[in-house]
Design a protein around this ligand. Structure first.
Ligand code: ADE
Length: 306
């Protein structure tokens, strides 16, 4: 039986449009498929020279492996990786295009989200996070810039370059129990911090370890930010922010009418000791989210809206 080599994708298959965003080693562009002009993608372009110079090979490899392993099941809350290819200068990730951009942009436009919207977004993040954790993956850089919105305001988590894959995924129980799977942290070789200061967990700062609970910590910071407009821990510089995180120094302003229910949930998430932190399955049972129908994802939105 004869076999055929599969045709390789190349940047020439696409018409590159405007820049959608850029990270420390990549730029994301909107792109249209030349063979089907109605098909839009977001293509993440990573310069090989830059990746090698900045020692980021590990991060692009992790991102590709994680997206490939998560992508098989097509979870609606995770960005889809269609193809990867490379040419002499760049690596390319062909991703789903999220027409409504970053959640952070929407938050900046709206200033704050009301509790109905916050519940809607929070429920979707929990649903996606539960799936990610069930595959033994910790995202480790969750923040509103890394959450994208599709045409129906449904969320997609992106940017898995800082993720950690548990070697043998034997601790799915960590999602539901207090024993968080810990592992060496995200501090790079010259000891400068990798990640985003405002959302980093105290266990990473104090013990150089993070686990599934570190993603839950970031979720707590985001719930606060949805309602207040800014994340809970903010200093003039990264060091001051870190000091506030480990001292649990955050305060709700009296500016907005925020329910005591959500304050209770955020308090249970923002605990310095990850062993005492509420788990995803406990969060799902919290009264603030009791309008969410967890067994019917289609109804997450209608249940909070009606
Ligand atoms: N910005 C970064 N990634 C994006 C994507 N996949 N879709 C839309 N905007 C983005």
């Amino acid at each position: 039986m004869s076999s055929y080599a599969l045709k390789k994708h190349s940047p020439h298959d696409y018409i590159f449009k405007q820049e959608l965003g850029h990270g420390s080693y990549s730029t994301v562009y909107k792109a249209v498929d030349k063979k089907n002009l109605k098909k839009c993608f977001a293509i993440k372009v990573c310069s090989k020279r830059h990746i090698i110079k900045e020692n980021k090979v590990k991060y692009v490899t992790i991102e590709k492996n994680v997206l490939n392993s998560l992508g098989r099941e097509n979870h609606p809350g995770i960005i889809k990786l269609y193809y990867t290819f490379h040419d002499q200068d760049n690596l390319y990730f062909v991703l789903s295009y999220a027409i409504n951009g970053e959640l952070l942009q929407l938050l900046h436009k709206m200033k704050t989200f009301n509790e109905v919207w916050s519940i809607h977004f929070c429920a979707q993040i929990i649903d996606a996070l539960e799936f990610i954790h069930s595959k033994g993956i910790i995202h480790r850089d969750l923040k509103p810039e890394n959450i994208l919105l599709d045409k129906n305001s449904n969320l997609m988590i992106t940017d898995f370059g800082a993720a950690y894959i548990q070697k043998n995924n034997d601790n799915k129980e960590n999602i539901t129990t207090k024993s968080n799977g810990s592992h060496p942290c995200l501090v790079n070789t010259n000891s400068s911090f990798v990640g985003t200061a405002e959302y980093v967990s105290p266990e990473l700062l104090l013990y150089n370890h993070s686990g599934y609970g570190s993603d839950i910590w970031a979720l707590g910071c985001m719930i606060f930010q949805f309602l207040e407009g800014l994340p809970p821990f903010r200093g003039e510089n990264e060091l001051k922010t870190f000091e506030k995180i480990v001292a649990l120094e955050y305060k709700w302003s009296d500016q907005f009418k925020i329910s005591s229910l959500v304050k209770d949930l955020v308090r249970k998430i923002l605990t310095v000791n990850p062993q005492d932190r509420i788990t995803l399955s406990e969060i799902k049972k919290h009264s603030w989210l009791n309008l969410v129908d967890w067994d019917n994802k289609q109804k997450i939105w209608s249940s909070v809206w009606n």
